[in-house]
Design a protein around this ligand. Structure first.
Ligand code: ATP
Ligand code: MG
Length: 463
């Protein structure tokens, strides 16, 4: 008989149904003549209670084999539960232990473990309540993101992970090479001879799929990427990973306002969807991790986001009586403390800041008529700060060339990007969203390393 998921049994199982369950033992409680097991298969926070009766064949040896962490299959009848806390429980007529689990050495004991400790046992931590809930929410979130775009006719495009254009994120790039590092071929002048490397030139892991997404938007109108991104972030923060997932929609025939609307609709849709698919998990986060999780989610779903220009934001920051570590003046990039002040304390909801000074933004952002600012926007979220960064792209060839020249961006390398402005150019806009930042925001988890199964950070690539 096909095993049923525990979430399904807890929700839909009826007394006198015969079911098979498979999972891992969370706890065992022995009483006189019988024992209680709590079994979990990852499908829900709640465990299935299983009552082992003393008249089961080989009861005593079976009970010895079953320990916390062991894997079991139980087949039997569902019965109404006498105890509190669950509607239904299982009284198996047969139980099979697949793999035992030595209680002396099993690192997951029944006490609370710190997240730091759990990171060291990344191969086992998904079996804990919190990480289990995180990865279910992460999955629901990914699914909602695809649904949002697919319902609106966006094409999911797969942009390359290896790229040879290094115009963005200099200093944060991971090199990709198959040169023999013990014997690097060199030119006469001592520089590395990349003509002998795999691609015949320097190559890197991508820091963003945006430029390629723009290519695809110029024939499919509305596209999005959803894939891994790499940055050699040397800072050890609770918000940066070296390998993270990014979502980057790109929309043709769209301006900055359309872009802000898309970002707001997107966040509302995804939060609403996860509230509906993972209510127990979010409830758990709200109780155990961050008491504002549910209120924040409701706030996002039901309120209009605040929208202010960068210039207005700077004025507000100058006016407030807060002593910031980094002083504010027109022209500087907003720091996390400023972003959090705006979203968390002043407006108490997601806040979109738009029209940033051109000198602190990327070359491809569209120059505004004031000549000083570009049509960029950031969505700032309470607790996490910047969660989405986007812009209308410069679609005018002459302006783009001028901007690239000013910023020393080599035009030869991006000939294809300029070509898009020669052949059927159109106003277009998009944004980038760090997937893990979104999951962090949604769950209230403090450290980004605890919302991705296998975090990659400086000096750590275990598992
Ligand atoms: P930050 O200022 O936080 O470093 P950024 O300005 O470098 O962010 P962008 O280049 O705009 O970020 O990248 C788009 C999005 O990707 C960000 O809004 C953020 O959600 C996410 N992001 C950026 N860097 C990382 C990282 N190292 N780990 C996880 N997510 C990241
Ligand atoms: Mg950064």
């Amino acid at each position: 008989m096909e095993a049923r998921r525990i979430t399904d049994i807890l929700r839909n199982g009826q007394p006198d149904e015969t079911v098979t369950v498979q999972g891992w033992v969370r706890t065992k409680r022995e009483l006189k003549g019988f024992a209680f097991l709590e079994i979990n298969d990852g499908s829900s926070m709640a465990n299935l209670q299983v009552i082992l009766n003393g008249d089961l064949p080989d009861y005593e040896p079976l009970l010895k084999q079953i320990t916390t962490g062991s894997s079991v299959e139980a087949i039997g009848l569902l019965v109404p539960s006498q105890g509190k806390g669950q509607r239904i429980e299982l009284q198996p007529s047969s139980v099979r232990v697949y793999g035992g689990c030595d209680p002396e050495t099993y690192p997951l004991q029944k006490k609370r473990h710190s997240f730091e400790f759990l990171r060291d046992i990344g191969h086992l931590r998904a079996r804990t309540n919190t990480l289990g809930a995180v990865f279910r929410v992460r999955n629901a979130c990914a699914s909602a993101i695809h649904q949002f775009f697919q319902e609106r006719g966006f094409l999911w495009v797969h942009t390359p992970l290896i790229t040879a254009s290094d115009c963005e994120g200099a200093g944060e790039l991971f090199a990709v090479t198959n040169l023999n590092l013990k014997e690097i071929p060199r030119l006469e002048n001592g520089e590395i001879d990349y003509s002998q490397d795999f691609f015949g030139k320097p190559a890197y892991l991508t820091v963003s799929g945006q430029l390629e997404a723009e290519i695809m938007a110029m024939s499919f109108k509305d596209v999005y990427t959803f894939g891994p991104t790499f940055r050699a972030e040397n800072s050890n923060t609770s918000r940066h990973l070296a390998e993270f997932w990014m979502i980057e929609p790109e929309k043709a025939f769209c301006d900055l306002e359309g872009d802000m609307n898309l970002a707001e609709d997107f966040l509302k849709y995804v939060f609403n969807s996860v509230l509906n698919t993972c209510p127990e998990d979010l409830e758990f986060f709200n109780q155990r991790i961050d008491k504002t999780v549910l209120a924040t989610a409701e706030n996002i779903v039901s309120n209009q986001f605040e929208r202010i220009s960068y210039t207005e934001a700077v004025e507000l920051l100058l006016k407030c009586d807060r002593a910031f570590e980094f002083p504010v003046e027109w022209g500087v990039d907003l720091q996390s403390e400023h972003e959090r002040y705006l979203a968390e304390e002043l407006f108490k909801k997601p806040t979109i800041v738009y029209n940033y000074p051109k000198d602190i933004k990327a070359f491809y952002m569209r120059l505004n008529d004031d000549g000083k600012t570009v049509a960029a926007m950031d969505v700032l979220a309470p607790k996490v700060g910047e969660i989405i960064g986007g812009s209308q792209r410069e679609e005018r060839l002459d302006r783009l060339e001028q901007r690239m020249a000013e910023m020393d961006i080599p035009q030869e390398e991006l000939w294809w990007y300029l070509d898009l402005r020669r052949y059927g150019t159109v106003p277009h806009a998009g944004f980038g969203l760090g997937f893990e930042r979104l999951v962090q925001f949604m769950t209230g988890m403090n450290n980004i390393r605890d919302v991705i199964p296998f975090p990659r950070v400086p000096l750590s690539a275990e598992f």
